[in-house]
Ligand binder design. Structure first.
Ligand code: NI
Length: 251
């Protein structure tokens, strides 16, 4: 059974084809799909989707790029939405210094608050980190929790540190890109016991579908690549990753 721990299925690009996308994924063995919200509105949409389809679960949270000074920084909605049985994680949360540095401090503050909420609710976190490798690591180290570094893009050195702390690394379509040397090294060196698979759809479509809409069924291309790099059978990879999913998430 394959797992996709990170996708944004409420995106309008899926709107007209959602039944087919989900059916096709399930037919191809993707038996766990975590829809990740990026704010209150998309978290609600994710819960609605998950209550409509089998095998779908939800992460709710406030994404760093959605944080600005005008934003209502009250996070009490997370407690309310977390009551739904389909909610199994807090995400997508984290730090993103790529676009705008104005709110870096506010991002950190809200990231930490959401980790504390996750710990309180005994839920793992799904973490986004872009151009913020050190700050993300420092926070994940200081505020011990459990969870995934989604679409892992940092160094092998840092990957080893994360694994020491018990965190999982989310491996997605980037692994299939020709020039993604660092992430290939990470997959080679880090134990399969700490890897999870994800699409991050609609973004980061794996090769050979780059430029097209990303779909959960493409998880098989990521598994193929992990299998090649680690020189392990695809079925073994699939089973190990499913076990990792079960270790981290309580449905
Ligand atoms: Ni995402």
């Amino acid at each position: 059974m394959k797992v996709d721990t990170h996708i944004h299925l409420y995106d309008e690009k899926y709107e007209d084809i959602i039944d087919e996308v989900i059916k096709s994924a399930i037919d191809k063995g993707v038996k766990r799909i975590i829809v990740n919200g990026i704010d209150k509105n998309t978290s609600i949409k994710s819960i609605k989707l998950a209550n409509k389809y089998d095998y779908l679960y939800v992460a709710i949270g406030l994404h760093p790029s959605e944080i600005n000074s005008n934003e209502e920084n009250d996070l009490s909605w997370i407690y309310d939405l977390a009551k739904d049985d389909k909610v199994i994680a807090i995400g997508e949360i984290g730090l993103d210094y790529y676009w705008d540095k104005t709110y870096n401090d506010l991002q950190k503050e809200i990231f930490i608050k959401q980790i504390k909420i996750a710990n309180e609710l005994n839920l793992p976190v799904i973490v986004h980190s872009r151009d913020a490798h050190k700050d993300t690591f420092d926070i994940m180290k200081k505020y011990q929790t459990k969870g995934i570094l989604h679409c892992y893009q940092s160094s092998l050195e840092l990957a080893k540190e994360y694994v020491k702390l018990g965190y999982f690394l989310g491996i997605g379509g980037v692994l299939t890109f020709k020039n993604s040397k660092v992430i290939k090294d990470v997959v080679r060196e880090i134990s399969i016991d700490y890897l999870l698979t994800e699409t991050d759809g609609p973004y980061l479509t794996p090769s050979p579908f780059r430029g097209k809409l990303n779909r959960p069924e493409y998880i098989s291309y990521i598994i193929n690549e992990i299998s090649n790099i680690k020189n392990l059978d695809k079925d073994v990879i699939e089973e190990k990753i499913f076990n990792n999913y079960k270790r981290l998430f309580k449905e």
